[in-house]
Structure formats: C-alpha cells, structure tokens
Design a protein around this ligand. Structure first.
Ligand code: TYD
Length: 123
C-alpha cells in the first residue's frame, strides 16, 4: 500500500536541502514532473509493474489512492514528504495550487501498456 516517507532534510541559515537516497526501494529509470495544472484531476490509473515516488517540491496537491482494499487521500504540501505508490495503487491527483510542481520518480521507462485505467470515486 502507498505510504509517506519523510525525506532527510538539511536546513541551515542558507536554506534547505532535501535528499532522496536509499529510501525508494527501487532504482530510478524515469523522472517527470507535473505543473501548471488547473482544476483538472490527473492520473486515474494503476500500473502492472511500475512503482513510483511523488514529491510535491513546490506548492501543494492531493493524491487519492485506492488499492482495492483501502482508500486514502494524501495532501502533499511539504517537499520533505515522498509518497510511494506501488503498482497496484490506483491514483488520481487533484487540487493543485497554481504554483505546484509534482516531481515523480518511476521504477520503469514509460510504457502505455503498463497502465491499467479504471474509474474510482475520488473521495
Ligand atoms: P498522462 O498519463 O495523461 O499523465 P497523468 O499522469 O496526469 O495521467 O500523460 C500525459 C502525456 O504525457 C501523455 O501523452 C503521455 C505522456 N507521458 C510520457 O510521454 N512519458 C511519461 O513518462 C508520462 C508519465 C507521460
């Protein structure tokens, strides 16, 4: 099931530096980021094998997750929160603030055949 990992952050008088190292449980093959999102709801799928990690590095957004047994809504509003999404975790992303940048790290290269598209209630 999806879960939040708190990322190690080094803050001092110069600012903050957050590290993603040895916490993902997978090797990163792909990185993408989502931004300039209006009131749209994005996502709406789960995967066959891809595990992902999502960090809202600026602004905030919500990620609704349903793995078929449990449903949860995460609010990502701090760049030290990393949401791990297992392949079976159907997810949708919404309520992006205008400044939001959602960074996603993925265990696999992009493959449309890895998507399982279904509809769930989002809240
Ligand atoms: P889409 O899957 O609709 O994004 P969301 O996660 O919000 O549902 O992706 C938007 C477009 O970007 C679509 O044409 C597929 C393409 N895309 C890639 O080329 N590579 C990627 O790694 C991803 C995630 C999407």
């Amino acid at each position: 099931m999806s879960h939040i990992v708190k990322l190690r952050t080094n803050s001092d008088s110069r600012g903050s530096l957050t590290v993603i190292e040895k916490v993902l449980g997978f090797d990163i093959k792909r990185v993408y980021y989502i931004y300039n999102v209006d009131e749209s709801v994005r996502g709406g799928h789960r995967h066959k094998i891809t595990t992902q990690a999502a960090v809202c590095i600026k602004g905030s957004c919500e990620i609704f997750v349903n793995n078929g047994k449990e449903a949860l809504t995460y609010t990502l509003n701090n760049p030290d929160q990393c949401l791990i999404l297992e392949a079976e975790d159907w997810h949708s992303m919404s309520n992006f603030t205008t400044d939001a940048v959602l960074l996603v790290l993925a265990s696999e290269y992009y493959d449309p055949n890895d998507y399982i598209i279904e509809n769930y209630e989002t809240n």
